[in-house]
Write a protein that binds this ligand. Structure first.
Ligand code: URA
Length: 430
């Protein structure tokens, strides 16, 4: 077997054997296949795609390149949730306690991530005392005792994917259904749950800009999840404007608590109930969505969240006193210069603005300002009078505050007549 033959086969769009895919992936990971050959192979995958069998094989080879979590000591059907990434998406902080309160064991491994804000682990770590770093035994005990535990992603989770992803990033090979599916699903499969609920974002703040592309990705991931023996379903949700109003780590924790208390923005509440309902159903419990709504409205999800925080060393007093969360030294409210209706709040620009304030990392080495970010006062379809506050920017660094505010201002579009609210849940794929 040699790399040139395999690249040539892939270039012609021919099916590869599992052994040939393993030869490329494992060879690149151990250094015996150089970057330039792997780049050529990846570009051939981008241009010719892969058969379903080849995507399944690639996913499983990536999964098996590192640790695969064994969650068999946890009783019941373990359900995981994954979002393909968006702006203001704090749903994990809400859906995980709802599903856990319904009796679905949540053993979640979450990442930090690059991007507009930190990942779920960063958001949780903005809570004083909260720990996401622990031994596997403590993690399993947490799930068995409280029904929920969240741990930071192991450094050895699908390491082949990590190395390939870094190469894709610099060789124009990120946009491939086969590569995105295998990359995401390899990590989900390695995380060890029995069922997976995917939230595939669609819109300009997401990886997939159109409904057609989001649908293709959702079908592909559901298919590969099922082929690997996991119950998998996907929800396609809107990311043309940010989800909720808060974008930034501690700011999002606060908004998630608002929702757990029965308030908060309607869109985040609706999506959380839909996702939690799907997780509860995947866990084999009937009336998933109804139960999710009941658990949220009754305060049981908030109680579960409190138990979860305390179980992992977090200060649960933040629930009643948000001032105990990190607070920004500077803030600036930006007002509208015109009257009318908001017709657009470009999610990508708000995401970039949030990153400029210091809420997200540009490189792995960057540190995050937990206090930084943006809170939107106006979203699509809202009426605006000249002088109304459109948004408030928060940061510890005054220069970053200004940069974030300038970028956020470019996100807004206005119309004379009331614009329709985007449809939040676009499709469900079983
Ligand atoms: N997220 C991943 O983990 N991998 C991709 O390829 C795209 C998004």
């Amino acid at each position: 077997m040699n790399a040139v033959d395999i690249i040539t086969k892939q270039k012609k769009g021919e099916d590869l054997s599992r052994g040939e895919i393993a030869f490329m992936v494992n060879g690149f990971t151990d250094g015996s296949i150089p970057d330039y050959q792997m780049s050529a192979f990846l570009m051939a995958v981008v241009l010719k795609g892969m058969s379903r069998e080849n995507i399944v094989a690639l996913t499983e080879i990536l999964r098996d390149s590192g640790d695969v979590m064994d969650l068999s000591e946890i009783k019941g059907i373990k359900v995981d949730k994954h979002s393909t990434g968006g702006v203001g998406d704090k749903t994990t902080l809400i859906v995980a306690p709802i599903a856990a309160a319904a009796g679905v064991p949540i053993a979640k491994m979450s990442g930090r991530g690059l991007g507009f804000t930190g990942g779920t682990v960063d958001k949780l770590e903005s809570i004083p005392g909260f720990r996401t770093s622990m031994e596997k035994e403590e993690f399993i005990r947490g799930v068995n005792e409280r029904g929920i535990a969240v741990i930071g992603q192991s450094g050895n989770l699908a390491p082949a994917d990590k190395k390939i992803y870094a190469l894709r990033d610099v060789t124009g090979t990120t946009e491939s259904l086969a590569l995105i599916t295998s990359s995401i699903m390899s990590k989900k499969l390695a995380a060890g749950s029995d069922a997976i609920v995917l939230d595939v974002k669609c819109g300009n703040g997401a990886f997939m800009k159109t409904l057609e592309d989001a649908e293709q990705l959702a079908h592909s991931m559901v298919d590969i999840g099922k082929a690997s023996g996991k119950k998998t379903m996907a929800i396609i949700s809107d990311m043309s404007q940010p989800l909720g109003r808060a974008v930034g780590n501690a700011l999002e924790v606060r908004e998630a608590i608002d929702v757990l208390k029965g308030g908060g923005p309607e869109d985040i509440r609706e999506l959380s109930i839909t996702l939690a309902g799907a997780m509860i159903a995947a866990g084999g419990i009937v009336r998933g969505a109804e139960l999710a709504e009941e658990i949220l409205s009754s305060g049981k999800a908030l109680e579960k969240f409190r138990e979860f925080l305390e179980g992992q060393g977090g200060d649960s007093q933040i629930i009643k006193d948000y001032r105990l969360l990190p607070q920004a030294a500077h803030s600036r409210s930006v007002k509208s210069e015109r009257s009318g209706y908001v017709s657009g709040v470009d999610a990508l620009r708000i995401g970039l603005a949030s990153q400029h304030t210091g809420a997200g990392r540009e490189t792995k080495e960057d540190s995050i300002d937990m206090t930084a970010g943006i809170v939107l006062n106006k979203k699509i379809s809202d009426k605006v009078e000249k002088g109304d506050v459109l948004f408030t920017v928060y940061a510890n660094n005054p220069d970053k505050l200004v940069k974030g505010a300038e970028e956020a201002m470019t996100a807004f579009a206005f119309s004379k007549t009331k614009a329709a609210r985007p449809n939040l849940i676009k499709k469900v794929i079983e």
